[in-house]
Design a protein around this ligand. Structure first.
Ligand code: GAL
Length: 808
């Protein structure tokens, strides 16, 4: 029996108890399994009768680009990550149990890009935008119960270059099959907001758009709408019933207001979530059931005080994130996104900017649950291109629909606190910018009047900025140019400000260029090509390299810190991402801007932010301690929650240092001698933390550490395993580059490998990886079977490492 049918039957039987003999009103089933894939174009593949026996079988989400070979000549160019793009086809054959009297839909969270979908040879529609979610109704082209249906999807990412970063190619997000009654909540048909919030009560306003797809005689046209609010434990805490709702043949909207007594507030520290449960009833019969997340919180931007969450000032400590997941490419995986957010949370990050497009909906679910604010961005360009084949070609025809769909999909997430209608839009510099800003802002406000709208701008002169001149942006957001921050309140009196991008500093994890106080501005202006730089395509981790438009992390964050009227900032970027390998040419193929490298290993700047953004004590010492005897080495410490730091080399004090008001690190200039470097931070004379770095001997063994060793046997769960090359005494060998060969036994497989080096040409899918500066990453994915998974890592001349994981 096909898996989907089993799943549907299971779902039906699992929920039957509460509905008597009735099947559940709405069945939502993953549609990720059992697809066939072909890389290439094949016009007749849209036909049901096409023979796809020879095609590869796979499970979605899938990104074919990440499986390919790096090549400078790939049309996406190094800016796009240097991997292949092209055209691909997906097909899925499936049967359904009887769906008579039901409406059946297929939902795609995102297909990159220019997709067209056919069911049994009938075209259901096309969607050029690769980041937008969409659904098609299948009902009228479905075969009768038990007969085979064929869904075919053509994905065309061949027109290149189309992006300034890596996009991935394929059905790279989740797909679901949804079955409803003809009378049902419409697609993204619920809008929940909390117009009034106090400690005693919150008003929950719910707009429900109902869709009536019945023919005139066959189904009820008058329904009742019951809306209940459930608390985190599932207890009902408010309810409203609206009866006698007459449904027209088009969509009908019902407005309700509920009062929540003593509401628990949603915040980044305590992200309390309620659920809104919608039930559509025809008499006693349940026509539809639908759940929506609810977080009760207030968000206010203030021209003087910055941002206030629930009335309390909250500095936005954000990062910009592109959507790729490193070695996994663009293929969505919830655990991979959760891991990124865990690493960011530990840094003190409280906000994500989804640069520069709508994210996977699961990212927003995670941000709701984990406590992140989200700046949800729509576009990187409007009518004016940044690349020849980018979205500017589709903007005219599609922008309204795309923006509407984004807002309707995302407006119920408490994490989403601000909409961005665009990033560094070229129309900033002419009057079309004013017209389009007004149009796009009106579209957003029509669908969500509760949240502010912004756009990430570069031009800080009001007379030259046609987007700010529209006078409709609630928050003025600027990228870079931190030296001008003090001027902003004078230039734009009465406005509210945010730094949507800061820093863009370059770092390669574990690489250090001396001396640390020589600033590297690469390139130094818009006209000069980079001629300096390192021969091995590295950038120093002393936080002293940035492009002319950016700044070091320290300079950028200091400027934000000293400007209380700026609500906070989004660092460019949280993680390294594929593509945009500035400042280097090929073979550099991924970015240097991340505070965390592509493999997910923190660079040193991570601890700078941690020392500024959290209240936990930090003491981070850099660099490693393997240098040439006699060399003068700059030793830095990022620290917090302490008055001073004393440094010792082989037990001898090198002095105590304190940060001045504007300093973010302390420095000692040390003549190198091998041995032990130790820092002690103290507060009021008492030791707070100790940090030690030792000179490593020759590489001797491999150490494996898993982020999680209890996994779910669901075919999706991941364990991220850090591979470290150590000397005999257990010290990390800071320049180790051993080729590590991996083998897995048991119900798991290698989903990806990486080492964070931006110019590596090694495959992300190979069962081996060279260590880079002593480290590498292996990502192990579970299958549907439970059991023990064993990973073995071997390298010539080193004692191997083994590790076991449990999947059940
Ligand atoms: C900004 C842009 C980002 C990224 C960054 C690199 O101008 O908005 O997408 O390109 O520069 O510094």
């Amino acid at each position: 029996m096909p898996r989907l049918l089993i799943l549907l039957l299971l779902l039906l039987s699992a929920t039957n108890a509460s509905f008597g003999a009735q099947p559940p009103a709405r069945v939502i089933a993953s549609f990720n399994k059992g697809w066939k894939f072909y890389l290439g174009d094949e016009a007749s593949a849209k036909d049901a009768a096409f023979n796809d026996n020879a095609w590869r079988q796979l499970t979605l989400p899938h990104d074919w680009s990440i499986e390919g070979k790096f090549d400078e000549k790939n049309p996406a160019k190094p800016e796009g990550g240097g991997l292949p793009t092209g055209i691909g086809w997906y097909r899925k054959t499936f049967t359904l149990p009887g769906t008579a009297g039901r409406n059946v839909y297929i939902e795609f969270d995102g297909v990159y890009k220019r997709s067209e979908v056919w069911l049994n040879g009938h075209s259901l529609g096309q969607r050029p935008n690769g980041y937008i979610s969409f659904r098609y109704e299948l009902t009228r082209y479905l075969q009768p119960a038990g007969k085979a249906n064929v869904l075919a999807v053509r994905v065309d990412n061949s027109a290149q270059p189309d992006s300034r970063w890596y996009t991935g190619s394929g059905i790279y997000r989740n797909v679901r099959l949804v079955t409803t009654h003809p009378v049902a909540v419409d697609e993204w048909g619920i809008f929940v907001s909390t117009p009034a919030v106090s400690a005693q009560a919150a008003t929950v306003a719910v707009q429900t758009q109902l869709r009536n797809a019945t023919s005139a005689t066959s189904a009820p046209h008058t329904v009742s709408l019951q809306t209940a609010v459930l608390d985190q434990s599932g207890r009902e805490v408010a309810r409203q019933l609206t009866s006698g709702v007459k449904l027209s043949s088009a969509a009908t909207t019902v407005s309700q207001k509920l009062i929540l007594k003593n509401p628990q507030l949603w915040s980044v520290a305590k992200p309390y979530l309620y659920r809104v449960k919608t039930t559509v009833l025809a008499g006693q019969a349940i026509e539809d059931e639908y759940e929506t997340p609810l977080g009760v919180r207030t968000c206010v931007f203030d021209g003087q005080r910055g941002f206030l969450l629930n009335g309390q000032p909250l500095r936005i400590q954000g990062v910009c994130q592109h959507h790729d997941l490193g070695a996994l490419g663009a293929a969505v995986n919830v655990r991979a996104m959760e891991r990124q957010l865990e690493i960011l949370k530990a840094m003190g990050c409280n906000a994500i900017r989804t640069a520069h497009n709508p994210p996977a909906p699961q990212l927003l679910d995670l941000c709701d649950r984990m406590g992140f604010l989200v700046l949800d961005e729509a576009f990187d360009m409007w009518q004016k291109k940044k690349n020849g084949q980018d979205y500017h070609l589709d903007f005219k025809q599609w922008h309204r629909r795309d923006l509407e769909d984004q807002i309707r999909r995302d407006r119920n997430h408490p994490s989403v606190f601000l909409w961005s209608i665009g990033n560094e839009i070229r129309e900033q510099f002419d009057s079309t910018g004013t017209r389009l800003t007004r149009e796009l802002t009106t579209t957003v406000k029509r669908l969500d009047p509760t949240r502010p709208v912004t756009s990430a701008l570069t031009e800080q002169e009001p007379a030259k900025n046609f987007i700010s001149q529209a006078g409709v942006l609630d928050v003025l957001s600027f990228n870079y140019k931190h030296a001008d921050y003090p001027e902003l309140p004078k230039r734009f009196p009465g406005q509210k400000f945010l730094a949507t991008e800061i820093a863009a500093a370059y770092e390669t994890r574990g690489h250090y260029d001396l001396p640390s106080d020589s600033l590297r501005i690469w390139p130094k202006d818009g006209k000069t090509k980079l001629t300096s730089g390192n021969a091995d395509f590295t950038a120093s981790s002393y936080d002293h390299a940035a492009p002319y438009w950016g700044a070091t992390h320290e300079a950028a964050w200091r400027a934000v810190r000293n400007s209380p009227f700026i609500s906070g900032a989004f660092v460019w970027s949280g993680f390294d991402y594929m593509g945009e390998p500035l400042p280097y040419p090929w073979p550099a193929r991924s970015s240097y801007f991340g505070v965390i490298d592509l493999a997910g290993f923190p660079k040193d700047a991570y601890y700078l932010y941690q020392s500024e953004w959290t209240s936990k004590p930090v003491l981070h010492l850099l660099p490693h301690w393997n240098w040439k005897p006699g060399q003068t080495v700059d030793v830095w410490a990022y620290y917090s929650q302490a008055d001073e730091v004393e440094l010792f080399l082989n037990g001898k004090s090198l002095g105590t240092k304190k940060k001045g008001t504007d300093d973010l690190h302390v420095l000692w200039r040390v003549p190198y001698a091998p041995g032990t470097l130790q820092a002690i931070s103290r507060r009021a004379g008492k030791t707070v933390l100790t940090s030690t770095v030792k000179t490593a001997g020759p590489a001797a063994k491999i150490e494996l550490t898993a982020d999680r060793s209890q996994l779910q046997a669901d075919g999706k769960d991941l364990s991220f395993i850090t591979v470290r090359v150590l000397d005999a005494a257990g010290n990390l060998v800071p320049d180790a580059a051993n080729l590590v060969k991996l083998s897995v036994s048991g119900p798991g497989f290698i989903a990806g490998v990486d080492n964070g080096y931006q110019a590596s040409m090694e495959s992300f899918k190979a069962p081996e990886r060279k260590a880079y500066n002593g480290m590498a990453l292996a990502i192990i994915q579970t299958t549907d079977k439970g059991g023990t998974i064993t990973l073995k890592a071997m390298a010539e001349g080193l004692a191997p490492g083994t590790l076991t994981l449990t999947s059940n």
